[in-house]
Design a protein around this ligand. Structure first.
Ligand SMILES: [Zn+2]
Length: 404
């Protein structure tokens, strides 16, 4: 079969046959940014990866419902806003808009819905109350903790037992029942941007924000959950514990698809380490197509060590590919009868079917362009052209001077 897609699932640590819960439809959720600054190349990579996943699934004929949250309530945002003497909500809104601009700049148009978590505080309060009612949470001095002892599956995604996890305690607090219990709600006495709750003024924990957005929009189960692998524990484990406690439906997610990190000089690129290269700075110097090719030239589960010279080289490669593609466009026999590009594309599809092996898919595309630009037979050129149109569309790389 042309589309015999296999996807690596962090839950089983295996490549699994891809089959959606509802025929012909894919529901997917990807952890979005915390908007305390401009989005960087790390965000560009994660979002380009899931954009290609969504593009490929659409190409396969699925109707894709792709949801992403935007974390605009967070202590990190409040802290940055305080340092800068600005209103945290206004700052978050400005960076949210900047993020959406950057996604457009990266030609990421597959996200069906971006949801700001600040619009979901009511749902979060309802969910925290529901977890308390289930007896899976407790209140200590205004903080509501999830009681992990009530959820034996906690650790299943990261393949660790409660004992192993307890070696790395979460959120040190003397009155917690278990070392790995995490906050669903916490009092915030000093910072602004807090909300009323039955447990006092405070703000929601980070993990419950995703649960509010996903259960509201996608229901109790969905097909794909994405995000960088560093989010597996505790963030995604917490999401499973919260949602499955509330809905009593398992499993929350069918395929856990985690992406590698972007590093710089061996360290993770992150705001807190102060080593970020922003998307907007990169796009001032390079084509978004070159950046996408660069980010997709590594398998999505591996880390990338960002070096500008590699991106520069990819820009040169892209410019060369584009010139050859132009040549093909001029030479093709536009009146030729439409040919089946399936055979030509077999290797491309088999790369994509193998857990989205974009490095191989890009190699194939480069070969396609080389062959197509050397081809003399107009009808044959048309076939290559048509194939390139399909592959470039799936990878979201534009060779023909217009958005495809
Ligand atoms: Zn998340």
């Amino acid at each position: 079969m042309q589309y015999d897609l296999k996807v690596f699932n962090t839950m089983s640590l295996q490549k699994e046959q891809f089959q959606t819960r509802v025929q012909g439809k894919v529901t997917m959720f990807v952890c979005g940014p915390t908007v305390q600054g401009y989005a960087h190349v790390g965000h560009a990579r994660t979002n380009t990866i899931y954009d290609v996943v969504a593009r490929y699934l659409s190409h396969m004929g699925y109707e894709v419902n792709f949801l992403m949250n935007i974390t605009d309530i967070d202590d990190r945002i409040t802290n940055v806003a305080k340092q800068q003497g600005v209103d945290p909500m206004r700052m978050a809104e400005n960076y949210t808009r900047a993020f959406l601009e950057d996604m457009e700049g990266m030609k990421i148009f597959t996200v069906t819905k971006y949801e700001r978590v600040s619009n979901y505080v009511r749902e979060m309060l309802g969910q925290v109350a529901s977890i308390l009612r289930e007896g899976s949470a407790y209140v200590v001095d205004g903080t509501v903790y999830f009681d992990t002892s009530t959820f034996p599956d906690f650790g299943k995604l990261s393949h660790q037992t409660h004992e192993q996890l307890s070696l790395r305690p979460l959120e040190l607090a003397p009155k917690k029942k278990n070392l790995i219990d995490f906050a669903l709600w916490r009092p915030v006495s000093l910072l602004e941007g807090k909300f009323d709750s039955p447990w006092g003024r405070g703000s929601p924990g980070w993990h419950i924000q995703d649960t509010a957005v996903t259960l509201t929009n996608l229901g109790s189960q969905y097909d794909i959950h994405g995000g960088a692998y560093e989010l597996v524990y505790p963030h995604h484990e917490a999401e499973i514990a919260q949602a499955e406690t509330i809905t009593k439906v398992k499993p929350l997610v069918k395929y856990w698809v985690h992406a590698g990190l972007v590093k710089i000089g061996g360290e993770k690129m992150s705001k807190s380490l102060g080593n970020v290269v922003t998307i907007r700075d990169v796009l001032k110097k390079y084509d978004s197509d070159a950046l996408r090719l660069y980010l997709l030239s590594r398998h999505y589960r591996e880390d990338i060590d960002f070096e500008e010279k590699d991106l520069k080289r990819m820009q040169e490669t892209y410019t060369g590919m584009r010139a050859k593609a132009k040549l093909m466009e001029e030479r093709r026999a536009t009146k030729a009868r439409r040919r089946d590009s399936g055979k030509v594309l077999a290797s491309f599809y088999s790369a994509m079917n193998d857990d989205f092996d974009t490095p191989k898919a890009i190699e194939f595309m480069q070969q396609l362009i080389t062959d197509g630009s050397n081809e003399k037979d107009q009808n044959q050129v048309e076939l290559y052209y048509e194939s390139l149109r399909i592959t470039s569309n799936i990878l979201g790389v534009n060779f023909f001077g217009r958005l495809q």
